[in-house]
Design a protein around this ligand. Structure first.
Ligand code: ADP
Ligand code: ZN
Ligand code: ZN
Length: 803
């Protein structure tokens, strides 16, 4: 028997499966989708079996043998194997990367596998003898005994089970427990032999003897039996209690007892949208729905209902949410509705916890996964619906190999399973909305908030006027007044500081001008070291102006501020206000995100001050005021999606106010109130924004009118990086169709990361049938030659940001 194996060697220029001979002892357990160790060169490497066959086209006497089996049961389903092929081609990655990305991190780390006996009557004597008195034995023992074939049979019929023990339990919690000796007679003798003075020991032993529980924490012993640690210690010395360390899994988002699942009479709009998705489920149609509903319109309620429908048909569902909106509030709604049938996957879980959730899916113990991007690879076998909430979010795009977009994977899987996809958003991406207007996606619209609350009133504040009136603080007079009023009324406030890791544009505080590139409609980026402004799309460069080119003011400078500074200023203005800050600094430790939100939800603070993290998913009844301190930051990102991102963000943030009974108010501070992205976020009307932005995209030839591919070249040496970027650009220009534009090469917006200089070129095209083929050729040149020189070439078809 021959196995085709994709090996884990991504420095190799050839990306194809290699044939290996399957040794006789493994024949019974080798399967597609299992991992193995194989010899490669003079190393031993990991690989995935992607096919099994009787004969090789190569000279079999030259083939090597599989060294050992990593997975006794395959870890990649047949469907995911096919998906990996598609992903490899679609994102131009190594096939091994496409396979690895589908597995939980735990399976990439080292772990041990045990075979556990479930029904010993069903197992033959030779097999049984391996276990002795134990419940489980290491897999190696079974392999050495040559009983793999039997093992496979027992695994299939359930007589034995596979247990996986993750070694790297970095964050697993252990607790110490005290186990009571099972030997009652022994305890009785000890009790009888106690010294008279040992009153406390006597009390504890007598108490233990009448309990059913056999293992306690120290806290329990102290609370329930009044025991002290010295008494417990004495009983340990007498072998009545035995100390044991137990690994406990953190209960993920455990529910509080008083919580109940609200079910609503759906609104007409919700009813209609739901009926469309349901009929696609009933007819097994792989329709992609774009659910465009304003904030608070009850999209989540629709998700819950369609998932319920899928489950009732015996199917499963994937619910994706952006990492930052994977709040306890959100997951709780799913846990309340579906209870134990939900697996939750997010980056806050330890490797072991994630693996546990994955395994529940693999074994079919859960029906729903709620998770961030990578949950799109959940190994469900019969999907009924796939949902992406906040579909416009850029976190759905992976910025590393494989550079996939969860939306594309969702649609691929929906075609495989013949089930609908729902893309939900209050502010859909332009691409998706354009597709829905062409009928590629089916548009479903929710125009009303579910409880018919009005949208909050949005006030746009011109910070140029504030400066003219002598107000140099970061709070406008109106926002400061509103803050004072809400603080007095004891209502809650969300203050949003628009901050992206990278935002270094130069802004005139008098007229709001930001210097842009004439060719590209992109803000020029400030480079401190040579005091230059630079366009990162086309390479245009100019000196930083000392006076504003529009109004000649001298108040033109680099722009940016931090949450800490804002907090200081709030404390100065409102010393009595209780502020909670939520940003990268305060959310570093595990669980801090939840804790902060809980504190705020419990009313322990008046103001929640934060960055992008607080823009989404918060649903607190007492929030009546939202303040955006600086709307401009995203507006001037060196990114053609800057306006779109600003509009989305303003709409999302505003949506936090007045979601329940109390009406909400929003203040947006900006230096460019006349910009359409700001102007239109006042009314929160998506369609006018969409039409305006589409005009701009058309004029400057950006998506969705043109497709973009980003090619980046990095090297430690600036000369080499720029030289090879030029080589790549010229090669592409010479090999692609004449209608395709190749723009660049130029330094990237972030010109250096981790000591590597970064250059790029952009490919713009409407139709380029030979694109993939040519890019593959370029990759071949790179892998066979440039790679040795320390170059890293990366290609992103459909980049979500160009930095
Ligand atoms: P979205 O996801 O569109 O922002 P949600 O699903 O979170 O909106 O709904 C907003 C609020 O309205 C939530 O508090 C939710 O419980 C409530 N809600 C949803 N549907 C209904 C309904 N049909 N009737 C009453 N309240 C509803
Ligand atoms: Zn100016
Ligand atoms: Zn330019």
């Amino acid at each position: 028997m021959i196995a085709e194996v994709i090996v884990d060697v991504s420095t190799f220029s050839v990306d194809r499966p290699f044939d290996y001979i399957v040794p006789e002892q493994f024949v019974s357990i080798v399967e597609r989708g299992s991992r193995v160790h194989v010899p490669f060169g003079n190393r031993k490497v990991q690989g995935f079996i992607t096919n099994v066959k009787e004969q090789s086209d190569f000279d079999e006497s030259k083939l090597k043998e599989i060294h050992s089996i990593i997975d006794v049961e395959p870890v990649i389903t047949e469907e995911l194997l096919q998906l990996s092929k598609w992903l490899t081609n679609k994102t131009l990655c190594f096939e091994i990367d496409a396979l690895q990305v589908m597995l939980p991190a735990a399976l990439r780390a080292s772990y041990k596998k045990n075979i556990k006996l479930i029904e010993y009557q069903a197992v033959d004597d030779q097999f049984l003898s391996l276990f002795g008195k134990k419940e489980s034995v290491p897999y190696d023992v079974v392999e050495k005994a040559g009983l793999l074939k039997l093992m496979k049979k027992y695994l299939t019929n359930g007589s034995v089970e596979l247990e996986t023990i993750i070694k790297q339990q970095a964050r697993a919690k252990t607790i110490v427990k005290y186990k009571v000796s099972p030997d009652q007679d022994y305890i009785q003798t000890q009790l009888a032999g106690l010294k008279k003075q040992a009153v406390k020991q006597k009390e504890l032993i007598e108490w233990l003897l009448v309990q059913e529980q056999t293992s306690y924490t120290l806290q329990e012993l102290s609370a329930l039996a009044g025991a002290t640690s010295s008494t417990v210690k004495a009983l340990i010395e007498k072998n009545i209690l035995e100390k044991e360390k137990k690994e406990v899994y953190r209960e993920i988002n455990s529910l509080e007892h008083n919580e109940i699942d609200h079910r609503f009479q759906l609104t007409k709009e919700q009813e209609f949208a739901l009926s469309k998705v349901n009929s696609a489920q009933d007819n097994a149609e792989h329709t992609t729905f774009l659910l465009h509903g304003i904030t608070g319109s009850g999209k989540t309620e629709i998700y819950l209902n369609t998932i319920e429908k899928a489950i009732s048909k015996g199917k499963q569902a994937i619910m994706l949410v952006p990492e930052i909106s994977l709040t306890p509030q959100m997951t709780r709604r799913f846990k309340l509705r579906f209870g134990e049938e939900v697996a939750v996957m997010h980056s806050g879980l330890s490797i072991g916890e994630k693996y546990d959730e994955w395994r529940k899916i693999w074994r079919g113990e859960v029906k729903v996964v709620v998770g961030a991007r990578s949950a799109i690879f959940a190994p469900f076998r019969d999907l009924g619906v796939i949902i992406l909430d906040e579909e416009h979010e850029s976190t759905y795009k992976q910025e590393d190999n494989p550079r996939y977009h969860a939306r594309d994977v969702a649609i691929w899987r929906s075609e495989f399973h013949n089930c609908p996809v729902i893309l939900g958003s209050a502010t859909p991406s332009l691409e998706s909305y354009a597709r829905s207007s062409k009928g590629v996606y089916t548009l479903l619209t929710l125009r009303m908030r579910a409880k018919e609350q009005p949208l909050p009133t949005v006030n746009v504040i011109d910070m140029r006027v504030e400066l003219k009136n002598g107000n140099r603080s970061m709070f406008s007079v109106d926002l400061a007044d509103a803050l004072r009023e809400k603080l007095e009324k004891k209502e809650q406030i969300v203050l949003f500081l628009n901050k992206r890791g990278f935002s270094s544009f130069v802004l005139c505080r008098d007229c709001g001008t930001v210097v842009e590139c004439d060719q590209c409609d992109i803000s020029l980026t400030y480079h401190r070291f040579n005091e230059q402004l630079k366009c990162h799309y086309c390479g245009h460069e100019e000196p930083v102006p000392t006076i504003c080119p529009e109004c000649s003011s001298e108040h033109i400078r680099f722009f940016g501020t931090g949450t800490q500074k804002v907090e200081e200023e709030i404390t100065k203005l409102f010393p009595y206000a209780r502020v909670i800050r939520m940003d990268v600094d305060t959310t570093r430790t595990k669980g801090s995100h939840e804790r902060i939100l809980k504190q705020f939800g419990d009313g322990e603070a008046d103001i929640l001050l934060g960055t992008q993290m607080i823009a989404k998913g918060l649903d607190f009844p007492n929030i009546t005021l939202v303040g955006v301190l600086n709307a401009d930051t995203t507006l001037h990102l060196a990114d053609f999606r800057a306006s779109e991102k600003t509009f989305q963000l303003m709409t999302q943030v505003s949506g936090r106010a007045g979601r329940h009974d109390k009406e909400g108010e929003v203040y947006i501070q900006t230096y460019t109130p006349e910009h359409y992205a700001i102007e239109l976020s006042k009314s929160q009307m998506y369609e006018p924004f969409y039409h305006k932005e589409m005009q701009v995209r058309k004029q400057y030839e950006y998506p969705p009118f043109y497709y973009l591919t980003l090619v980046q070249v990095t090297h430690e040496n600036v000369m080499i990086a720029s030289e090879y970027a030029k080589l790549a650009t010229d090669w592409l220009r010479g090999n692609l169709s004449s209608t395709t534009m190749v723009v660049g090469p130029t330094a990237c917006a972030i010109s250096k990361i981790q000591n590597r200089y970064r250059y790029q070129c952009l490919i713009k095209y409407k139709k380029e049938p030979i694109l993939i083929e040519k890019l593959q050729q370029l990759i071949k040149i790179y892998r066979s030659d440039w790679m040795k020189k320390g170059i890293i070439l990366s290609i992103d078809l459909d980049p979500s940001a160009i930095l």
